[in-house]
Design a binder for this molecule. Structure first.
Ligand code: SF4
Ligand code: SF4
Ligand code: FES
Length: 461
């Protein structure tokens, strides 16, 4: 039976004054089949080695959503992550560290890989050298699994304490931590109330039908529900909330799970308040335009909900269908990006700010007072961008210095735009053709061709 080492981030709030340790790392060895889960490993530790280890679980089958944790820095379900795969991933991270590059590793995993690695920034080269984390999950070889179980410490229970950096050479050690962006209650159990459930309630997660109720039940065609099926699949595990980078910067952000749930009702043809919901979510400063499009929630979600995609759908409906100008200026900012790239091929930062906040200031020689005010208000943002290195070159802010693309490159970009306009499709768990969203909102049938695509995509997934 293979042996695995779990290195668990612990916090025991009831520790006595004499035994006050704060948060600490503790390692445990378990002997289990490689196809059993990290949750099985934790439960074996609790049963055989330390009954005080707190972990939340119920179904052990990726259904109830209660066992969310971080494994090797990645937010996920403990019961859906196999020990063999997790150890292989830990070994891969150690190999990346040895090669001097960093792939997709979380904070703790960087700690595990050593101080030098923790200080390094993920580089484009490194990202190209190693597969994306979704590929890693499905693409592991038996050889990698073999590599993962070597060099296990001999003692069955070791208190390591501190940051975990001393375990620099512990390739294959599986790091398990509580989810991020949530207060830790005890060990791996977090308080999901303020960061998850409160926000979930914030989006009014129930149907608000208009008009008198039908005599019997609401009739909805099965086809009309295809579009919301993906968000219906959410099990409220909070893994996306844990992974969300915007939430780290703005804890008030409504967040991926709640917004995916909001789309579930906006896209439901039985709901009569879709427009009101969109106005509400667009004009909340912590609403749909607070998402930075980083894909972390898509990677983390164990049920394929792709919360970011649902947020983008909300944005398209709010901006394109309802022309809602939001309080964060997000819609204009998005349009400025699209226009900027179409015109220049690469991002001309000197125009982005002006086009986002005050379109027409240069074009119209008499800018409106509101435009000037908005532009002036954005100056602190620009200064922060320069200070933090986001805007890497001040001269780039000077209009006219942006470099032109060589040859016909700009023509290529414009042709991509034209092609995209001609054949706009939305790739998702289901493939929905142009116009289908409108049809879904009005309760009309989705075109047969689109349903064929949808079922083909479902078959392939
Ligand atoms: S894509 Fe948006 S919602 Fe998803 S993790 Fe990134 S910032 Fe958060
Ligand atoms: S969207 Fe996915 S990751 Fe987020 S709570 Fe739902 S199932 Fe969990
Ligand atoms: S225990 Fe239910 S989802 Fe993991």
């Amino acid at each position: 039976m293979p042996s695995y080492t779990l290195k668990v981030r612990r916090f025991q709030p009831e520790a006595t004054e004499d035994d006050k340790r704060g948060a600490f790392w503790e390692t445990f060895d378990v002997e289990l089949d490689s196809t059993l889960s990290v949750l099985d490993g934790l439960l074996q530790v609790r049963d055989d080695q330390d009954g005080t280890l707190a972990v939340r679980c119920s179904c052990r089958a990726a259904i109830c959503g209660s066992c969310g944790v971080k494994v090797n820095g990645q937010s996920t379900l403990a019961c859906k992550t196999q020990l063999g795969e997790a150890a292989a991933e830990a070994a891969r991270i150690a190999r990346v560290d040895n090669s001097g590059a960093i792939g997709r590793v979380g904070t703790a995993a960087k700690d595990e890989a050593g101080p030098a690695a923790a200080a390094a920034e993920p580089s484009t080269d490194a990202a190209q050298d190693f597969p994306s984390s979704s590929t890693q999950r499905s693409d592991r070889t038996g050889r990698e699994a073999e590599l993962s179980v070597h060099d296990l410490p001999s003692s069955s229970t070791q208190r390591s304490g501190g940051s975990g950096r001393e375990a620099e050479h512990s390739a294959g050690v599986i790091l398990v931590e509580p989810m991020g962006n949530m207060p830790v209650t005890k060990d791996l159990v977090v308080d999901m109330e303020s960061t998850h459930w409160e926000k979930y309630r914030r989006v009014t997660p129930w149907l608000l039908p208009s008009g008198p109720p039908p005599e019997r039940e609401y009739i909805v065609s099965a086809e009309a529900m295809v579009d919301v099926t993906q968000s219906v699949a959410c099990i409220q595990c909070g893994a996306c909330v844990s992974a969300c980078l915007s939430m780290e910067a703005d804890p008030e952000f409504i967040g991926p799970a709640a917004l995916a749930k909001a789309y579930r009702f906006v896209g439901d043809p039985r709901d009569g308040q879709a427009t009101e919901r969109l106005y509400d979510l667009a004009n909340d400063p912590h609403g749909i335009y607070d998402c930075t499009h980083c894909f972390a929630c898509i990677e983390a979600c164990p049920k394929g909900v792709a919360p970011m995609n649902q947020i983008m759908r909300l944005r398209r409906l709010a901006g394109d269908e309802h022309e809602i100008d939001d309080v964060n200026n997000g819609r204009r900012h998005e349009r400025a990006f699209v226009k900027n790239i179409e015109k220049k091929g690469t991002l001309d930062e000197s125009l982005l700010l002006q086009e986002s906040f005050a379109p027409g200031v240069i074009g119209k020689l008499k800018p409106s007072a509101a435009s000037i005010k908005a532009l002036l208000q954005s100056i602190p943002t620009a200064i922060r961008g320069i200070r933090t290195g986001k805007m890497r070159s001040v001269p780039k802010l000077i209009p006219g210095v942006h470099h032109k693309l060589p040859g016909d490159s700009q023509g290529h970009v414009q042709r991509i735009y034209e092609r995209a306009e001609e054949s706009r499709i939305e790739l998702n768990l289901y493939v929905i053709g142009e116009g289908a969203e409108e049809d879904l909102l009005t309760g009309q049938e989705v075109p047969a061709a689109d349903l064929t695509s949808a079922s083909q995509a479902q078959d392939q997934s």
